[in-house]
Design a protein around this ligand. Structure first.
Ligand code: CA
Length: 377
């Protein structure tokens, strides 16, 4: 069996309500999807995290390396793509392009072998995965606190047992927001904060100390992803667990983060950090450093399905009879691509999502929605 075709689709949805976080504003959601097709017509889907047109250019560059290869040789193809791009892409969007092809290959291999990706990864430890809601972005409104409180209460009412909110607008504003949301959702729902690297070390430390009484499960991306020493010092002094890694790439990048003991929780993005092949290696490295992995996930149902399969195989650390639950991020911000492009839809029940059971990733792209959202189609 050979790989016969690799297609890319840049899909876009203009947002009804633009939103922003500590770094910039989103007017639209845009993703590059990749379809890898075997000579018998079987296909797999992947996607890259990052600027979609740049991911597409990366896939165009890498595709000749995979075409004609055996689609079961997923790691061999990964190694070939990595070696060919290493001189230019020890980080960044070309790694996301590798990730997109790699995820499609795992989906394709699963379909060819008649097995879910979770089985190929080593076997699921659970049939349902705990998810946390990511939302509480900022919008232009006269009552931002009211908007955040309503949204947090909605997630709690939907059954989420953990919610992550955005911070990074400034310490006083952030404190008001986090206090209001904690008060609104009560003490039974986990709450996390994400600064998207908006703080200096001193600001982050000050903030961590001030929100400690609010029982915050982790503080995500407090400082610049380039500031490994800042991460390390913050982690040593912070009363709250530190999470990060969505801007980190490849095993070698995570070695920096892990060996310097920068984070309590590593958050590789499967669609950015190197695909399922490399994130499986990153999980192994994190395990050696007794660091739990909670993948970053901010894409379509393809990205989410890849996350579910990976997280279903994770054993949280340290091992014990009554273990904490492995967890996956579930973006709740406006995103029709995530909500309509793939079938079947994921359903939240009791703060968990059931694993897809069909071979491969267990999701397929709806051709009508693909045509509707593909740019230039
Ligand atoms: Ca984040």
């Amino acid at each position: 069996m050979k790989i016969e075709g690799i297609e890319t689709y840049v899909v876009e949805q203009k947002l009804d309500t633009p939103f922003y976080f500590s770094q910039f504003e989103f007017q639209a959601r845009q993703v590059c999807l990749v379809k890898v097709i075997a000579e018998d017509g079987t296909y797999g889907w992947g996607e890259g995290y990052g600027p979609a047109t740049v991911v597409r250019a990366g896939v165009d560059f890498l595709a000749p390396l995979a075409l004609g290869e055996d689609p079961l040789h997923v790691e061999a193809i990964w190694n070939k793509m990595h070696l060919r791009s290493l001189d230019y892409a020890r980080r960044g969007v070309l790694v996301a392009a590798i990730s997109a092809i790699d995820i499609a290959l795992w989906d394709l291999r699963g379909k060819l072998l008649g097995q879910p990706v979770s089985v190929l990864l080593g076997g699921p430890r659970r049939e349902r995965v705990k998810v946390y809601a990511t939302g509480l972005y900022f919008t232009d409104t006269d009552d931002l606190i009211g908007k955040l409180v309503d949204e947090a209460q909605l997630y709690a009412a939907q059954g989420f047992r953990a919610i992550k909110m955005k911070v990074g607008l400034g310490l006083e504003t952030d404190l008001r927001h986090v206090r209001a949301v904690r008060r609104a959702i009560g003490d039974d729902v986990e709450l996390m904060v994400d600064a998207n690297h908006a703080y200096s070390l001193n600001e982050a430390l000050n903030f961590a100390r001030q929100i400690e009484p609010l029982n915050i499960s982790f503080f995500e991306e407090p400082v610049s992803p380039e500031d490994y020493e800042g991460y390390r010092e913050l982690r040593l002094r912070s009363p709250i667990a530190i999470a990060g890694g969505e801007c980190e790439y490849l095993l070698a990048g995570f070695r920096q983060l892990l060996s310097k003991r920068c984070v309590d929780i590593a958050q590789p993005d499967i669609c950015g950090a190197g695909g399922l092949t490399e994130v499986k290696r990153i999980v192994a490295l994190a395990t050696a450093f007794q660091t739990n992995v909670i993948p970053h996930s901010w894409g379509t149902g393809i990205a989410f399905a890849a996350g579910l399969h990976l997280v279903s195989t994770l054993d949280p650390l340290p091992g014990r009879l009554r273990m904490p639950e492995a967890m996956l991020e579930m973006d709740r911000s406006e995103n029709a691509l995530r909500d309509t492009l793939t079938q079947p839809q994921f359903k939240l029940e009791g703060g968990e999502v059931a694993m897809p059971t069909a071979p491969g990733l267990g999701v397929d792209v709806d051709p009508d929605f693909l045509a509707r959202y593909t740019k230039g189609a």
